[in-house]
Design a protein around this ligand. Structure first.
Ligand code: SF4
Ligand code: SF4
Length: 179
């Protein structure tokens, strides 16, 4: 479904035909059999999910197209797409779907399947390493604010040790290459 570019006389927006022989119906069946995929086949491609999505205009494959690609069985394209990892998980698409398709949750399932297939982007693995190492993604650096309020520089009792320990026992630990 890549956009066709640089072809004389062909509009940029023309979509290349899907290679039907490369479709994998077991991918659709796998998603459909998951608790979040029960309503997958009810999608009637209305694009409401895409209209609701705050970042769809940045994506090559919009939410309604990704759902359609799943229904068609485009396993490699979906699991290799950057969009499933860029999703903000704001649930706007899912809340507004008139067919109760669990769009956001299905993208979560796609991420899990992509992880099992070793298709996690390096940027996401990097975030996993940060979490494993520090127990948090963003360190609070506003020590001066605490000082202004005459508080101790360190938050009393704050510890990320438990978070790090838990993460090491999860798939985050494996994906981030924790030994
Ligand atoms: S809003 Fe729901 S029914 Fe409409 S295209 Fe998106 S998933 Fe399909
Ligand atoms: S949950 Fe993801 S796909 Fe759905 S509207 Fe938000 S950013 Fe878009």
């Amino acid at each position: 479904m890549a956009e066709t570019k640089d072809k004389a006389g062909v509009p940029d927006t023309l979509i290349e035909p899907i290679e039907m022989s490369s479709l994998d119906s077991s991918f659709r069946d796998a998603i459909h059999s998951m608790p979040n995929g029960e309503e997958l086949s009810a999608c009637f491609a209305c694009s409401t999910c895409t209209a609701a999505c705050p970042i769809a205009n940045q994506w090559d494959h919009k939410p309604h197209q990704l759902i359609r690609m799943i229904i068609l069985g485009m396993r490699d394209e979906v699991l290799s797409s950057s969009e499933i990892w860029e999703c903000l998980t704001c649930f706007q698409c899912q809340e507004r779907c008139p067919q109760n398709v669990r769009v956001t949750d299905i993208f979560f399932d796609c991420k899990n399947l992509a992880a099992e297939a070793g298709k996690v982007p390096s940027s996401i693995v990097g975030l996993g390493k940060e979490l494993l190492g520090k127990g948090q993604l963003y360190q609070v650096t506003a020590d001066w604010e605490r000082e202004d309020l005459e508080l101790e520089p360190e938050v009393p009792g704050l510890s990320t040790d438990a978070v790090k320990l838990i993460l090491k026992s999860t798939r985050t630990g494996k994906l981030a290459g924790d030994e």
